[in-house]
Design a protein around this ligand. Structure first.
Ligand SMILES: Cc1ncc(COP(=O)(O)O)c(C=O)c1O
Length: 426
């Protein structure tokens, strides 16, 4: 690859490490020998801080080379001045292509960079044709999503119908489907709910119910992308939002909106006036931004570029790409299998020490421990050298500590962690 095609300094390093592990199931020995050396900085912190990091579902740990990529991107600004846009835009396209691969979709342009998941949601709401659209959302949506919906409802811009969680804090897909009537415009629903880690297994039923009523579906895949292999049911949704802050180790600000290609302006059989476009926009979404031409009606770029906005942050691409490239190179299927194995090990170790688990049967990448006092529990864990977090149940009853091992946590570390967690919580 040449200088301006999105090539990373770390491409050969990641490729070599992943190839050296072989193509079979991930093993701790293979990871420790080939992948852990790519994370020497964060792994050194385990020792210096005497801390076991199990908050991988919150802030993912970065590869060493994230720094090198960001510095290289900055260097181009010093050295090439406006010529740096060539590199920055090439990295944006690589970012979209890596995310398209992660989501299992063909078109890289159907992935639109956003600085937050909330920004993706706002773009979609501002694309709905009705003046005061009706939105169905679950009570298990993340705070950012819930807050946007509440703020817009408060201002009278939308009407929201909330679907409650059950007593255990879980969402029943049938309840979501039943809340969708013919006046509903948009359904907002997580693939993996952030507080309980519940993975919805019947997303397809929700999407079918929405489409039968003429509504669109936005899936929040923040706790799913990079954790589980997204399937055709998910890709049947109209929109997905997510970000790289957690499982793909890309840091804050590197988020995305996926728009199903059937809604893009060049979708076959869709008259241009019927295509979906958003008013959350800017000059990067114009058909020819650098022509500086003005017409009475807005002329959007074809395809997913019509969903871009204004002059954008550019360093986030360099920041997020190494983790995305590593995730795709290993493959989400192998990562999921390894994560299930680790959660099984940690769960068994904790149960044997009297810590009772509350992980839902179908779940994402972390195990749950119910606690009465979440602040106290997190403080006690911190004091015992375990970094984790806790969230209140969407049912309003109780809170749950979230413990997420990842490919940097060894079996010895999980044994040590289970000891510390039992001391802190039992
Ligand atoms: C399910 C889910 N959605 C979205 C977000 C982040 O939202 P935003 O990017 O708007 O801050 C999180 C963060 O924890 C999350 O868990």
């Amino acid at each position: 690859m040449g200088a301006h095609d999105g090539e990373l300094v770390c491409d050969p390093i990641i490729e070599h490490a992943v190839r050296a592990m072989g193509s079979g199931a991930l093993t701790e020995a293979g990871l420790v020998e080939h992948v852990h050396p790519l994370f020497s900085r964060v792994l050194a912190r385990n020792v210096s801080a005497d801390e076991i990091y199990l908050a991988n579902h919150s802030l993912g740990r970065p590869l060493d080379c994230v720094r090198d990529e960001v510095v290289a991107s900055l260097d181009s600004w010093y050295e090439d001045l406006d010529g740096a846009w060539g590199l920055w835009m090439a990295q944006r396209e690589r970012y979209r292509a890596e995310l398209a691969r992660l989501l299992g979709v063909d078109r890289a342009d159907s992935v639109v960079p956003k600085t937050s998941a909330a920004q993706g949601l706002r773009s979609v709401i501002h694309a709905l044709p009705k003046d005061r659209p009706v939105v169905v959302a679950t009570r298990a949506e993340f705070d950012s999503i819930e807050f946007v919906l509440k703020a817009m409802a408060h201002k009278g811009r939308i009407e929201v119908r909330w679907v409650d969680a059950d007593e255990d804090g879980l969402i029943e897909e049938g309840a979501v489907a039943r809340a969708i009537g013919p006046d509903v415009d948009l359904v907002v629903c997580s693939v993996v709910c952030f507080a309980m880690g519940q993975m919805l297994t019947k997303v397809g039923d929700v999407i079918d119910a929405a489409h039968a009523n003429g509504a669109k579906v936005l899936l929040d895949a923040y706790h799913a992308a990079g954790v589980i292999e997204l399937g055709d049911a998910h890709r049947h949704a109209d929109f997905m939002i997510g970000g790289n802050y957690k499982y793909t180790r890309g840091g804050p600000g590197a988020c995305w909106l996926w728009v199903n290609a059937r809604h893009l302006r060049d979708a076959p059989g869709v008259p241009e006036r019927d295509s979906v476009f958003t008013t959350e926009t800017g000059w990067f979404a114009k058909a020819e931004p650098f022509a500086y031409a003005r017409s009475d009606a807005p002329e959007f770029a074809k395809g997913g570029d019509g969903w871009l906005e204004a002059t954008e942050p550019v360093l986030t691409y360099a920041q997020a790409l190494p983790g995305l490239v590593l995730t795709n190179a290993i493959g989400v299927g192998r990562l999921r299998a390894y994560s299930l194995e680790q959660m099984g090990v940690l769960g068994d170790l904790l149960s044997a020490k009297g810590v009772s688990l509350a992980t839902p049967e179908s779940h994402g990448a972390y195990v749950l421990v119910r606690v009465e006092d979440s602040k106290g529990a997190i403080g006690a864990l911190k004091a015992h050298g375990v970094n984790a977090d806790a969230r209140p149940s969407p049912s309003g009853h109780g809170a749950f500590v979230r413990l997420c091992p990842d490919l940097l946590n060894t079996r010895t570390e999980l044994e040590d962690a289970s000891e510390r967690i039992a001391q802190a919580l039992v």
